[in-house]
Design a protein around this ligand. Structure first.
Ligand code: OTU
Length: 649
């Protein structure tokens, strides 16, 4: 098929029937200009999915109207940002970018209160604030807000849409980008679309995957992974009202949207544009791996999931080019990278680095980390990783089995070990984690817990053992230090910056007790903020002293990071250190700066052959963290327990 001629004809037809009267002259010309630029791609993507349906062009026409309305409701300040970011489209690569993810209620507790926290964010140099889902959601269990009942309404407990818009403006003025969740794989069963389906509306039943009997669900289930086997088995839920089975990958109250239906694509695009127009700089594409279902497959990472996301990306390019996508694909490393492309997701979580940092901490060995990063760290230059250590979810051990096997590691046994280690069942473990989503059928398991508790601080504080406390703090700083120095946007999970311990209170809450991820969803109170923002005269508890140490330790590294361009866009090469306990990489900036990071993942002193300094290509260098200097001719380098060095030349 000749797409360009067809798309051309199609666009001319749509334009000749489109009433641009609602747009200003300037907007109308901008809109048509962008449409002409991106429509050929959009047409190709859209027809690849819906072209076989008789009413495809009718839906496509409607989509263009949706886009036009998106432009119409975009505020002038955001349009200005569009122009700015079109010029500086790689802003997210800068060395000053630092992210934080937090729950409004755990830090606010309302959106208005969050405004007062801006100085706290600035203290750490935060430039990117991801607010966990804050939309209207079912009372009681709403999967931490990931069951959305209305994308255009803020959960009343947190505030209003006006508060959110105000916050977005205030953040922007403080140089902080607002990042919002785009939960588009599913809605809650209380979303108006679901309610219409429940009332018997056929069109809206087609917004979801509904089945009269178990025939198809049984066939699909032969290949599906169970995500939350601790609360419900299988991926379908029987609905009494409709007398149908509904596809529910996650919880029973989260209904998967049916993207085989173009009306769903169009409707969700409207919601996406609404969120873009609230003033978000990036949208986190929740559970994007699951959006396309194909019989006979595991219905994750399907080629058409990519087609859909690229189509959404085109829509954003037309209406709100300042907004970028962040991929949340917590899947096999080879699949994670497939979402990363300027035309798909410019940003992506890096679950492999996350999981393998934890692996190295448990095993005190870095071979799997080194090999895996050598294989999977490189992504397109105009995209970037979002590197994290902890988040609101569990830790899944998503490394590549083949890489592990190559190193003589049995992947199944090793995952079992990691789960045992981090849930404290392994003799000698320092961690206080909680098992999550144990699957009785295959023994699969993941781990929950806060950074501090998993790094041994909980046990250390309980025993008041100063050496154990020091080690736990060093582990935390080491983990974050790698994410601060390896390039990409480091994303701090709020409460980690203070080294807060597991919060077990969820076990007393009937809406939370069945979901152990709540153990690592921890409030940052005003007292915490005061502790680090004001010099206290009163005596500090041991716990407070540690909080202050962690905060200051992280802040010191971030302060260094902002001052050197080599932490921004630079080529990263993962090195073999010749010492199984040490991890190293070198970064080279275009302007000639070099950075060699070496990290010791064990509690023993380690030596590395001094030849590693050759990677810097210079004679002398300085450790940006300790200030130490080297001439470059040292036969051996010595690293103290859990020490990291940021050698710059
Ligand atoms: C996401 O995670 C969110 O981060 C979770 O908090 C939600 O519960 C979930 O979606 C549903 O909205 O399975 O264990 O990439 O790992 O998308 C977490 C695949 C999850 C999944 C990921 C999902």
């Amino acid at each position: 098929m000749n797409y360009s001629a067809d798309s051309q004809r199609c666009l001319e037809r749509i334009l000749s029937n489109l009433d641009l009267g609602g747009l200003s002259k300037k907007d109308a010309s901008l809109f048509t200009k962008r449409l002409r630029c991106h429509f050929p791609e959009l047409f190709q993507l859209y027809t690849a999915i819906y072209g076989h349906q008789y009413d495809c062009h009718w839906h496509l026409h409607h989509l263009v109207e949706v886009l036009m309305q998106g432009v119409q409701s975009r505020k002038p300040a955001l349009k200005k940002l569009d122009v700015q970011r079109e010029r500086d489209s790689n802003w997210y690569l800068d060395e000053n970018q630092v992210g934080m993810a937090c729950y409004v209620d755990l830090m606010g507790p309302t959106l208005r209160d969050l405004k007062d926290k801006i100085p706290y964010y600035r203290e750490l140099g935060i430039t990117y604030l991801h607010l966990m889902p804050l939309y209207d959601a079912p009372a009681g269990d709403s999967d931490g807000g990931y069951a959305v009942s209305n994308y255009r309404k803020v959960n009343p407990q947190l505030g209003s849409m006006t508060d959110l818009r105000d916050l977005a403006v205030a953040l922007q003025e403080a140089g902080i980008n607002l990042v919002l969740d785009f939960v588009f794989n599913h809605t809650s069963d209380e979303h108006p679309w679901a309610k219409a389906a429940l009332a018997g509306d056929r069109d809206h039943q087609n917004f979801y995957y509904t089945f009269d009997d178990r025939t198809l669900p049984d066939q699909y289930e032969q290949n599906l992974r169970e995500i939350f086997p601790q609360v419900r088995r299988g991926s379908f839920t029987y609905n009494d009202t409709m007398q149908k089975w509904v596809w529910t990958t996650f919880n029973s109250f989260q209904w998967d949207l049916n993207y085989a239906n173009p009306a769903v694509f169009n409707a969700i695009t409207e919601e996406m544009l609404f969120l873009a127009n609230v003033g978000s700089a990036a949208l986190r594409l929740d559970a994007l791996a699951f959006i396309w279902k194909e019989m006979g497959t595991n219905c994750e990472n399907q080629p058409k999931a990519h087609t859909l996301i690229q189509a959404f990306n085109r829509c954003l390019q037309i209406v709100a080019p300042a907004v970028v996508f962040k991929s949340e694909a917590i899947v096999h490393p080879d699949e994670v990278v497939k979402y990363i492309h300027k035309d798909e997701c410019q940003l992506s979580y890096n679950p492999l680095l996350m999981a393998l940092l934890w692996n190295s901490l448990a095993t005190r060995k870095t071979r799997l980390l080194t090999r895996s990063m050598q294989k999977s760290f490189t992504i397109p230059n105009d995209c970037t990783w979002v590197n994290y250590v902890r988040c609101h979810d569990d830790i899944g051990w998503t490394f590549d089995d083949a890489v592990a096997q190559d190193l003589g590691i049995n992947p199944y046994d090793h995952r079992y070990f990691l789960n045992q280690f981090y849930t404290g069942r392994f003799d000698g473990s320092f961690a206080n984690g909680v098992p999550f989503a144990e699957n009785p059928s295959n023994g699969d398991c993941r781990v929950c817990g806060s950074l501090a508790s998993l790094c041994g601080l909980e046990a250390a504080l309980a025993s008041k053992d100063q050496r154990a406390i020091d080690e736990a703090v060093s582990r935390m700083l080491l983990m974050y230090g790698i994410t601060f120095s390896i390039g990409g946007i480091p994303l701090i999970y709020s409460s980690d910056e203070l080294g807060l311990l597991n919060d077990y209170s969820y076990r007393e809450d009937e809406n939370k007790c069945h979901d152990d991820r709540w153990v690592n969803r921890i409030a940052v109170t005003n007292e915490h903020v005061d502790l680090v923002m004001n010099d206290s005269t009163s005596e500090l508890t041991l716990q407070q002293q540690t909080q202050l140490r962690v905060f200051r330790g992280l802040k010191a590294m971030l302060d260094v990071r902002r001052q050197h361009r080599v932490f921004g866009p630079a080529a990263t090469q993962i090195l073999d250190t010749g010492n199984v306990h040490c991890f190293a990489f070198v970064r080279q900036h275009d302007e000639g700066q070099h950075l060699l990071v070496i990290a010791n993942f064990s509690e023993a002193v380690q030596q590395i052959n001094g030849e590693i300094l050759n990677a810097l290509g210079h004679q002398s260098c300085q450790d940006l963290l300790s200030g130490a200097r080297l001439q470059g001719d040292e036969p051996q380098l010595t690293l103290m327990p859990y020490q990291q060095c940021w050698w710059q030349a």
